[in-house]
Write a protein that binds this ligand. Structure first.
Ligand SMILES: Cc1ncc(COP(=O)(O)O)c(C=O)c1O
Length: 377
């Protein structure tokens, strides 16, 4: 089955009891045993639940993996991947990384005896500058949050593999509809399912997807042991959301391109960062690994005041954290997604205080453009 069909049908046979077409919500913490000789396939919701199992099967299939585990948040999924690190290990982290991942690497991993170094994902050979005998894992993401730079996933993964590293990749910004990192050499794909996978800004969740059985078992057992699992209802909502991922991503991408082309020509705008624009520095790399360019873009204005004024003046774009929902959001990274970093750290990563991040939704693109036009006025 192709992507759109798999999103609707994997693991989703009509319910055996009443033939319900939609899987019922199994809002039960525990499941009855028939007798002591037969352990039920699902017996306790922290360990597994039918709604969670179905969501995992669909997400594994959409990422071309063999096994997925879902979590109570994207950060739990990142924590699960980091649980493969132990005292004395070394992590390589891309300079362009989500603020929450940066926070764990700065504050929490060193407390567990794990050291962290940065490398530039646009120059995979910089991995050689920081590699050590105790290096164990490398983590990166692209398109990057929030500046939308795109690195070559195959090249970074191949270089990391030469050094025997476990390669972890956060695919939240692209979603499995646009990019499948397991096919590009990555070992563990992470998602904040809060974003495009669930897609309606009504649930927090995360996922890891792998091809390797041993890694899959480890990640599943981590979620079971630490209990960072999503509720059955959160899984049910996420499953409903993921069914429309393909068509949503197509609309997000075409709306974002229309918005980027409008902003690019506006005199009030200093720079537009969208990998779908032919003049974006990473346009060719993006084309080689993505089927379309997604709904995220960043815009720089001529002053901090102008950026703040636009953020506070839109009416269709809602001023809020997060991304990937059907409605458009406008965000100010220094006070939101990247508040953990100092101004200097943000500048080093190409996040100036004059930049806003847009999560372009699936509204009529003419309304989005009119809204930005009035805000710029
Ligand atoms: C790229 C990326 N990864 C991970 C996360 C964390 O996800 P969650 O908020 O679901 O924990 C986010 C949240 O914004 C994100 O943008």
């Amino acid at each position: 089955m192709r992507f759109a069909t798999r999103a609707l049908r994997i693991g989703q046979e009509p319910d055996p009891k009443y033939r319900a077409v939609i899987q019922p919500l199994y809002q039960s913490s525990t499941f009855a045993w028939e007798d002591l000789d037969h352990i039920p396939a699902i017996d306790y919701t922290r360990c597994q639940n039918p709604n969670r199992e179905t969501l995992e099967q669909v997400i594994a299939s959409l990422e071309n993996g063999t096994r997925a585990t879902v979590y109570s948040s994207g950060m739990s999924a990142i924590g699960a991947a980091f649980s493969l690190l132990q005292n004395g290990d070394h992590l390589l982290m891309a300079t362009e990384i989500y603020g929450g991942t940066f926070r764990i690497a700065e504050k929490w991993l060193p407390r567990q005896g794990v050291s962290v170094s940065s490398f530039c994902p646009h120059d995979p050979l910089t991995i050689r500058d920081v590699i050590r005998p105790e290096s164990k894992m490398l983590i990166f993401e692209t398109p990057a949050n929030p500046n939308l730079r795109v690195c070559d996933v195959r090249a970074v993964a191949a270089e990391a593999k030469k050094h025997g590293l476990i390669v972890v990749f956060d695919n939240t910004f692209a979603s499995p509809a646009l990019q499948n990192p397991l096919d590009l050499g990555v070992d563990i794909v992470i998602h904040s399912t809060t974003k495009y996978i669930a897609g309606h800004s009504d649930v927090i969740g995360g996922a890891t997807i792998v091809k390797d059985e041993e890694l899959g078992v480890w990640l599943y057992e981590y979620a079971k042991a630490w209990g960072c699992v999503p509720s059955p209802f959160d899984c049910w909502l996420s499953l409903r959301g993921v069914k429309t991922l393909g068509i949503r991503m197509a609309q997000h991408s075409s709306n974002a391109l229309a918005v980027a082309e409008f902003l690019e020509k506006h005199p009030g705008v200093a720079k537009v960062h969208y990998p779908g624009l032919p003049n974006h520095p990473d346009h060719q790399v993006a084309k080689s690994q993505m089927t379309s360019f997604g709904g995220m873009l960043a815009v720089e204005f001529h002053s901090v005041e102008a950026a703040r004024k636009v953020a506070e003046s839109t009416k269709v774009f809602i001023l809020a954290e997060s991304l990937g929902g059907v409605e458009s959001l406008i965000a100010y990274p220094p006070l939101m997604s990247h508040a953990t970093m100092t101004e200097e750290q943000r500048l080093e990563r190409g996040i100036p205080p004059t930049m806003l991040r847009l999560s372009v939704g699936i509204e009529d693109p003419a309304d989005l453009i009119e809204d930005l036009e009035q805000a710029l006025r």
